[in-house]
Design a protein around this ligand. Structure first.
Ligand code: S3P
Length: 183
């Protein structure tokens, strides 16, 4: 476990995890409670492209999506470095599975928290929502989850993302990841 001494504290806390793990919901709550800015990578991608994620996948395909995801991540990291203000960033489900993205986050000194949740629960959460291009059927969902698991396990922090989101936020806050910011 990394130490939480001041030298290890960060300006940027990123939430990683599979589809349905609660990255956006937890991220917004966490940012509000910590008094920091919240950024959602998928929302930024939609704003930049003028398309919903689903439309983007349909028109341009996954490979182009991954390029845009990487570019947008770099842009956000640049912004955070420039402004110097702490922020919470919700990644997309596939972002942390790409070594180039992991390297960029490491370089920026981001603290990555994996929102770990059993695949059955992830599936149940996603089954009722139809806007995820990579949610096709149960077999492919489970396969993609297993494929990505080793990447999520590389995150330096892990919290159980089941139950009340407020408890998940408390778990993250107790890690004391944010650097102290003078007013
Ligand atoms: C993806 C997950 C989505 C979105 C895109 C690709 C993935 O984000 O980035 O559809 O590869 O798992 P959420 O995890 O927020 O659904």
């Amino acid at each position: 476990m990394p130490s939480t001494s001041d030298s290890r504290r960060t300006r940027l806390v990123c939430l990683a995890g599979f589809m349905g793990s609660g990255k956006s919901t937890i991220g917004q709550l966490l940012a509000r409670q910590a008094g920091h800015r919240f950024i959602d990578l998928d929302t930024r991608i939609e704003e930049r492209s003028g398309l919903s994620i689903r439309e983007f996948f349909e028109r341009q395909g996954e490979a182009r999506f991954r390029e845009l995801e990487h570019e947008t991540l770099l842009l956000i990291l640049g912004e955070i470095a420039e402004k110097g203000q702490p922020a919470v960033l919700a990644l997309g489900g596939g972002t942390y599975a790409r070594p180039g993205n992991q390297a960029a986050l490491r370089e920026q000194g981001a603290a990555v928290v994996w929102l770990d949740c059993p695949v059955d629960e992830l599936f149940a959460r996603c089954a009722t929502i139809t806007n995820r291009p990579l949610f096709r059927d149960e077999a492919s969902f489970r396969e993609l989850f297993l494929q990505r698991l080793p990447s999520y396990q590389m995150a330096e922090h892990r919290v159980e993302s089941t139950g009340d989101p407020r408890n998940v936020v408390s778990q993250i806050l107790s890690l004391q990841l944010f650097e102290r910011v003078s007013a």
